[in-house]
Every structure is written in structure tokens, then in C-alpha cells.
Write a protein of this length. Sequence first.
Length: 114
Amino acid sequence: VQLVESGGGLVQPGGSLRLSCAASGFTFSSWYMSWVRQAPGKGLEWVSGINSAGGSTYYADSVKGRFIISKDNAKNTVYLQMNSLKPEDTAVYYCNAQRGRSYWGQGTQVTVSS
């Protein structure tokens, strides 16, 4: 099982980034996927989730209206489109797969700073 995140980087406040998480080694289309982040010196914060088919999405209040999660089961990839980024969005973003058990990616750094 492998989850590989990409797309992080340095962006100015108000900017956008799109994170990707490429999955392999399991039946991606049957799994619920989430994005979870960890800001410097803080604990894990759930950001967004999407059901196995991709038809239902969920967001933390802190990102609602700014972030969009999507899932392409043909490409075994989940995305997080992040718009109107704020300095408080600075964190390592992790991809998580859940279906009874849980798998994690290695994370990608997002830094929002001028």
C-alpha cells in the first residue's frame, strides 16, 4: 500500500494550490479518503473527507468554502484544491485512506506566507 502526496509549496496569502494523493496497492474505489494537516507545534487536524464513490464530501469549518476535495477512481487519485489560502493554513498535509483500517501518506508541506 502506498499513498504519495504532491503539490505542496510556498504560496502567498490569497493564493491557491492543488494537492494530489496517488494511491496504489489497494482497491482505491472502495475506500473513504481524507486530508489531515498538522501545523507547526500542533496536533493533527482533519481537513476534508470524501466517500468511496466521490459523491459526498465533508469539510472542517476552518476550510469550508475555500477548499474542494475530489476523487478520481479511474486514476486512483484524490485531490485537494485549496483557494484563498491563509497563513493559518500552513501545515504538513497528509492523505489518509480508511476502510476499517487506515493508511497514511508521507505528507506534503504547504507554507502560506508573504
